[in-house]
Design a protein around this ligand. Structure first.
Ligand code: COA
Ligand code: MG
Length: 293
């Protein structure tokens, strides 16, 4: 599943879905949670069922369901686990146990709906509750359905009773920088893609691009979007440039040419195993070779 850009679309807005379709996002996340009022939840579930796409596509259809403690989760799952659904984004999960539980429900619902077993992937918003923060190490146990993890500071800050998770310039305060970093580590341990959280100021393309650059540098491979105008910038930032690809090919070729050495020199600089791993990963992200050789 390609996951550079994932656009949130409130599930009760057919107009926004029409607008989002075909704009180049790798995934659309139809939201049943926070962007849908409680009075509209049932309507939104029905809307998702109507919108489930058929046939081959180059983008994924995902649904963000409501968290387990709302009592809405089972109805959400029963409504949306159908042919056309590619994945579920699980908000406010407390840890891998919640992922395992939802995965078990999905096991049964896929069979009931005639969906190939294992097709529906899971993604988590992994840092929205204090319990989640102290349980992140559990992700190392892995769940085969889990493909990506993202993080969020706003809900965590509300749960902790913080006045704000942000500095005056909009950057995250220390506790939320920790949440971001921990999500990155947990995703690595889980064998899942780490996705940067959303950028709320959807008219500030420069700020979006700069924070995407930092995210990619740190190991995130994609990002959540909340507005169609953010997709092109996110896709560009999380796609290796021609120069990045050429460099990666040179690193891989240098090691291939000397299979018995652990370190090589290219243009007067030393390259060893971590550089080879990074180069293979870059190439794998565009479908060249595989990340493990
Ligand atoms: N998906 C699809 N279309 C969207 C969109 C989205 N996420 N956000 C905006 N649009 C559409 C608007 O409907 C509008 O289309 P129209 O001209 O046909 O009416 C167009 O893009 C321009 O929108 P704009 O006027 O710039 O923004 P807005 O004030 O209408 O919407 C938000 C702002 C934040 C309400 C909207 O972007 C949104 O709903 N984002 C997603 C929110 C969400 O799902 N949150 C949950 C995760 S935190
Ligand atoms: Mg939220």
């Amino acid at each position: 599943m390609k996951l550079r850009s994932l656009l949130f679309v409130p599930a009760d807005s057919e107009r926004k879905f029409a607008k989002a379709n075909g704009i180049g996002a790798d995934a659309l996340i139809l939201d049943l949670e926070d962007s849908v009022a409680t009075s509209r939840k049932a309507f939104a579930r029905g809307a998702v069922r109507e919108l489930l796409p058929g046939g081959a596509r180059n983008w994924s259809f995902l649904v963000r369901i409501n968290p387990l403690d709302t009592g809405l989760t089972l109805e959400d799952l029963a409504a949306v686990v159908r042919p056309g659904l590619d994945g579920l984004l699980l908000p406010k999960v407390n840890g891998i146990e919640d992922v395992d539980l939802i995965a078990n429900y999905v096991d049964a619902l896929e069979i009931a709906a005639g969906v190939p077993p294992g097709h529906v992937r899971l993604l988590t918003v992994a840092t929205e509750t204090p319990a989640a923060m102290i349980g992140l190490s559990g992700y190392a146990r892995r769940n085969p359905r889990l493909v990506a993890m993202t993080w969020g500071g706003e809900d965590l800050s509300a749960a902790l009773g913080a006045l704000t998770p942000r500095e005056a310039d909009g950057s995250w305060t220390f506790p939320y920088q920790v949440a971001r970093a921990q999500c990155l580590f947990a995703a690595g341990a889980a064998g899942a893609a780490a996705l940067e959280t959303l950028y709320v100021d959807f008219r500030d393309d420069k700020g979006l691009a700069e924070t995407c650059r930092i995210a990619r540098r740190d190991g995130f491979v994609g990002r959540i979007a909340i507005h169609p105008d953010q997709i092109a910038t996110i896709n560009a930032c999380f796609t290796p440039s021609v120069a990045d690809l050429e460099h990666a090919r040179r690193v891989v070729a240098a090691f291939a040419a000397q299979p018995d050495v652990g370190t090589v020199g290219i243009d007067g600089k030393m390259y060893d195993m971590p550089h080879l791993v990074a180069a293979r990963r870059t190439l794998a992200s565009v479908g060249e070779g595989s990340s493990n050789g």
